[in-house]
Ligand binder design. Sequence first.
Ligand code: SF4
Length: 233
Amino acid sequence: MEISGIQKFTTLDYPEHTACIVFTPGCNFRCGYCHNPEFVLPEKIKELQHSFIEEESFFSFLTKRVGLLDGVVISGGEPTLMPDLLGFMKKVKDMGFLVKLDTNGNRPQVIQKAIEKGLVDYIAMDVKTSFKKYGELVGKFAVPEKIKESIERIKKSGVAYEFRSTLIQETHSQEVLEDMAEMMRGSEKLYLQTFRPGTTLNPLFQTFHAFADSDMEGMKNMFSQSVHNVFIR
Ligand code: SF4
């Protein structure tokens, strides 16, 4: 599997576990607020390809972490685009590590296979906006029906999961937020993420704004009517 980078240690990215993170290059979305355009845009990826990490090097690193780390987070970009993702997950599982998958949810068939084969222990899926607004926010390759399918499959999977949504004043109107709450009705866990301006894939988003803390609290209350556990981060 192509690996664009690794983070050797994290206590923040896998709930209640220590882990390392593997990043895969490339994404089928173009979220205007994406903070990692260098691992999303093909022309930028090409420039960085020389610094990619061989799978063999990663596994020799991981061998040294047996008994020291609980899990491996596979993040992106969008990992489900990697043709050999499931084989990679199996190798990690066979070494005794937990596997967390970060995904944008646009490839439910891959998520489902990982669930069926028992290759994933935790799924974090972005729910970025209402179904109506998906294309507008993340680009033409987003398929709302597939996002919907992923939400439903993950909810029914029996695998621990979270949904997460980055909220931006200019793109998340009250109507959008209400639609999103409906999309995730009955879900277990949702993290509302405060937008951080800075490097963004679309420069226009550098002029956009995070919601005030008090607004985020209000939204947390609203989402709590349809999702069991809602947190702000
Ligand atoms: S899905 Fe994630 S990696 Fe892909 S463009 Fe959006 S924020 Fe960036």
